[in-house]
Design a protein around this ligand. Structure first.
Ligand code: ARG
Length: 461
């Protein structure tokens, strides 16, 4: 016998099984079961306080919902597809438990404000966890940076050696990127911290409900100001997916470099065995699978963002069933970004840095060419001219296998008589790094300052 639909009054025929299955969301929205019960508890407490429901009716409902919450925690609840979604499943279970009085719970409320409330609660609960996970990664980066302020490595542009930099400086760039992620997720809280409950289907309700009270009970800052907006808005979810996507961009860029850098050609770092895998055929292999996987997982998060943007685009106000498609991408993003952050943090914490190999890569690579051009400029040679002179020296050097530091002083003096012995000091990669002391530059003092400021940020919250 098919279950009679809660909204079945105006229908003459039973629904098709396939249609039930197709329209149902219980397979995934059961992840919001606790949020749904929490939302209902706040709603019924308000119905009691405003005397819309009698105390005895409300108390029965409250007791039933609390039992359901406990059962959910202990062993889960038996949901079914005939009851379509989490809201009607919970109500059906409540009815089984306390009888027809359960039907009074839905007074002054609709599934439209109910689902929006659940979804807000779901994201609101996860935001602090995500922020915390990003901060752990930031701490790992800062700690590694502290050990590597004076570790010299090639800085790249176009993946070509550009200028030597401090590895600590490089790591602190990622700290900054993740700090912006933190700030974006912090801001995400603002638009998530609104209660749609009591907007009802779309237009509010004739019952004298107290929306501020339910907002307070649920820990929301305030109710949505407009009932149409309350049930139609999914910006908070779009912002969440957009922030998650940008976070995945950052993680995947870091992964890309990790993957390159632990290759034989670079050899700058070695990943811990715990974060690497072997090959089933090639015994010598140690693969950076985890970094590749995080890099790869960007795709699904971006897909969820594009998916929801596309679903929401052009939707008329207010609720449309299209919006049932809003949840799975968000759930998946949560399940993707949290472990990605944790694995990345573990990878950074356990990485072995091959400082010699990094430093060695800045020798014989002409990445001190800018130093020489700058040096000439300080001796009065216009920078453009200096650039050209050094460019020619590099070309000669490349052909003859001679570094800039191998050029004898007499030869330098032919270029400009003011060039002195101190030019050789300037050409050393470590000196080049140390001297880039402009604000935010790679100079050691600047990197120390960045680390100090970062620690302050991390300790402040
Ligand atoms: N399962 C629905 C969703 O996820 C709940 C809201 C349904 N509202 C309605 N009027 N059909 O969007």
């Amino acid at each position: 016998m098919p279950i009679k639909k809660m909204w079945g009054g105006r229908f003459e025929k039973e629904g098709d099984e396939l249609v039930d299955e197709f329209g149902a969301s219980i397979s995934f929205d059961q992840q919001m079961a606790m949020e749904d019960i929490t939302g209902s508890l706040a709603h019924v407490k308000m119905l009691k306080a405003t005397k819309i429901l009698s105390a005895s009716d409300a108390d029965q409902i409250i007791a039933g919902l609390k039992e359901l919450a406990q059962e959910l925690q202990e062993h889960g609840l038996p949901f079914n597809v005939e009851n379509e979604d989490i809201h009607m499943n919970i109500e059906a279970l409540l009815t089984q438990k306390i009888g027809p009085v359960a039907g009074k719970l839905h007074t002054g409320r609709s599934r439209n404000d109910q689902v929006a409330t659940d979804f807000h609660l779901y994201i609101k609960e996860r935001l602090p966890k995500i922020i915390k996970a990003i901060k752990w990664l930031q701490s790992a980066l800062v700690n590694l940076a502290k050990d590597n302020v004076k570790t010299i490595m090639p800085g790249y542009t176009h993946m070509q050696h550009a200028q030597p930099i401090s590895y600590g400086h490089y790591l602190m760039a990622y700290f900054q990127m993740f700090q912006r992620d933190v700030e974006r997720f912090e801001f995400n809280k603002k638009h998530t911290d609104l209660s749609p409950l009591g907007a009802a289907a779309l237009a509010g309700t004739t019952f004298p409900i107290d929306r501020q009270m339910t907002a307070d009970l649920l820990g929301f800052q305030q109710p949505y100001a407009n009932s149409l907006d309350a049930v139609s808005d999914r910006d908070f979810a779009l912002e969440f997916l957009s922030n998650s996507s940008i976070l995945m961009v950052h993680l995947s860029r870091l992964c890309e470099e990790i993957i390159y850098w632990c290759s034989y050609e670079f050899g700058y770092i070695e990943l811990s065995d715990a974060y690497s895998t072997g090959s089933s055929i090639m015994p010598q292999k140690k693969n950076p699978d985890m970094a590749e996987l995080i890099r790869g997982k960007g795709g699904r998060v971006f897909a969820s963002l594009i998916g929801l943007l596309t679903t929401m685009k052009g939707l008329p106000l207010a609720y449309n069933k299209d919006m049932q498609e809003d949840k799975e991408g968000v759930f998946d993003a949560v399940k993707t970004i949290l472990p990605s952050l944790t694995v990345m943090t573990g990878m950074i914490k356990t990485v072995k840095v091959n400082k010699e190999k990094m430093a060695h890569a800045t020798h014989h690579d002409f990445s001190n060419a800018t130093e020489l051009a700058d040096y000439l400029a300080t001796k009065g040679v216009p920078f453009r001219k200096a650039h050209e002179i050094v460019g020619e020296l590099v070309l000669k050097g490349l052909k003859s296998g001679r570094d800039l530091a191998d050029i004898p002083l007499a030869e330098f003096k032919q270029i400009n008589p003011e060039i002195d012995e101190d030019v050789y000091e300037v050409l050393k990669p470590a000196v080049a790094v140390q001297r880039r002391n402009s604000f935010g530059g790679t100079g050691f003092d600047q990197v120390e300052k960045q680390i100090e400021a970062a620690e302050k940020i991390l300790n402040n919250n």
